[in-house]
Ligand binder design. Structure first.
Ligand code: GLN
Length: 479
């Protein structure tokens, strides 16, 4: 059962080979069995809620009865939503995020909430207040972050699909490190309403699953304009048609020679080149492109994202939102300080300080405004590149999953995002799909599309997955 695609699962349900409740139990049992090893989940439903069974019956769509796990920054009505933070350890939202209610309406069955780096800040999932997540391919290694819980959960098939979010790489990097397919749609494509905010001009909800086809089926149910999110864009929804053959004739694929050269890990380089060869074998044409300002992306992002985070997180003071610390306070400022010191982890505090400083008068022009200008230049670079190509194919992560505790300073962790941040700054749709592993560890290839064109990256990935089976590899211990 756990090896089936969403379409195959749907067939089984349709033909009554398995009931919605039985299918959910198969995965719930796996959640209970494997989560003590992986720590990928922060909450598992005790049993299947009758509401979901009913919705699955009512909905005739392709997702009716399909189990799902939500990253713990999507608000789920009546179910604790922590965003990986002690600050929100007891927060039970009275409402659902738009993404959650849309997927509920499509008949999906919610099983659990996925662990994550605190407030989605991190690339290893070691910054969760609820403990680090382990990579199912090697328990000594990280699953990537911040959506490491979602990625580990799908890799170990605790559910066939999970929601996730990506601000600077948090869907693509953990998808790559755990060997699953993950898509971050264009900024504005999916409602952010009810997602705990990190950096609002970059945050975007998306999905991880085994294949591009599975991702597309779920994404089409998640996306669309939402009046409750002022940055959600009213554009035509597209419908998904899985490609029937793998021909990429006429497809111009942009590659960045500079980025390939930056890959120090020769095995990752080999895998990436082999994946590009596969695209060529299907008829695609590789075209060299350049993003001249992309090497400034990490520096700009780590000004802009903390700046927005410092504003978004100001509300967590223990009075308006968040937990109060125990101790007695001398005055109101002392109380804020105590609540925020106790509720936020070290990385979150570091970002708040960095962001507040970058926005303070005297530094605002030098740092924040300059970073915004770099962001604009990077967007222009992409526009120029997409005047020559249909899609870009580049690395996701410079490394395979690294061992827990090996990146203890902030900056080396930040550098892990060098290939994912540029597309985030430009708001472009991008995905990571599994390619040839390196030393038995998963490697991803990143496909980036023009703004609001998710179809081209999903179709290219789905075609690649018609002629390869890397996306179906599973970690042996979880078969
Ligand atoms: N690793 C990046 C950061 O720490 C990206 C996180 C994300 O995309 N949410 O900010």
């Amino acid at each position: 059962m756990i090896n089936l695609s969403l379409r195959e699962l749907q067939q089984c349900l349709h033909k009554k080979q398995i009931s919605v409740a039985e299918l959910a139990s198969v995965y719930l049992d796996r959640c209970h069995q494997y989560n003590p090893i992986l720590n990928a989940l922060v909450h598992i439903d005790a049993d299947i809620k009758p509401d979901y069974l009913l919705a699955a019956q009512v909905s005739q769509g392709p997702l009716a009865g399909i189990p799902i796990i939500h990253k713990d920054l999507f608000s789920t009505q009546g179910v604790t939503t922590t965003a990986g933070s002690k600050m929100l350890a007891n927060y039970v939202p009275p409402f659902n995020a738009t993404v959650v209610s849309q997927l509920n309406q499509a008949g999906m069955v919610q099983l659990a909430k996925a662990n994550m780096d605190e407030f989605a800040m991190g690339s290893s999932n070691e910054y969760s207040a609820f403990g680090a997540v382990k990579n199912p391919w090697d328990l000594q290694r990280v699953p990537g972050g911040s959506s490491g819980g979602s990625a580990a959960a799908v890799a170990a098939r605790l559910a066939p699909v999970a929601t996730a979010s990506d601000t600077g790489g948090s869907i693509r990097q953990p998808a790559a490190l755990c060997g699953v397919t993950g898509i971050k749609p264009s900024y504005g494509r999916v409602s952010r309403y009810g997602m705990v905010a990190f950096a609002s001009s970059l945050d975007q909800g998306g999905v991880m699953a085994v294949s591009a086809d599975d991702c597309a089926l779920v994404l089409t149910a998640m996306m669309g304009h939402d009046a409750k999110d002022s940055t959600s864009i009213a554009a035509d929804k597209w419908t998904w048609q899985a490609p029937e053959d793998a021909s990429m004739k006429g497809l111009k694929v942009g590659v960045i020679p500079d980025w390939l050269e930056q890959l120090e890990d020769q095995d990752i380089k080999q895998s990436t080149l082999a994946a590009l060869d596969t695209l060529v074998a299907q008829g695609a044409e590789l075209v060299d492109v350049d993003l001249p300002h992309a090497d400034l992306a990490v520096a700009a992002y780590y000004i802009l994202a903390p700046a927005e985070a410092s504003a978004n997180l100001a509300r967590f003071d223990g009075i308006r939102f968040g937990q109060q610390s125990d101790g007695k306070s001398d005055d109101v400022n002392d109380m804020y300080r105590k609540n925020r010191s106790a509720g936020f982890g070290a990385e979150v505090q570091r970002r708040i300080m960095l962001g507040t400083w970058a926005l303070s008068s005297g530094y605002y022009d030098d740092y924040y405004c300059r970073a915004q200008r770099i962001r604009r230049l990077i967007s222009e670079d992409f526009k120029q590149a997409f005047s020559q190509v249909d899609v870009m194919a580049v690395p996701v992560s410079p490394e395979v999953a690294f061992k827990h505790g090996t990146k203890s300073d902030g900056v080396s962790m930040y550098q892990a995002d060098q290939f994912t941040i540029p597309a985030s700054l430009a708001g472009l749709p991008c995905l990571s799909m599994p390619i040839q592993p390196a030393r038995n560890l998963p490697v991803g290839l990143q496909l980036i599309g023009p703004y609001f064109n998710e179809q081209v990256i999903l179709t290219t990935a789905a075609k690649y997955q018609l002629v390869t089976d890397y996306h179906q590899h599973m970690p042996e211990a979880f078969l």
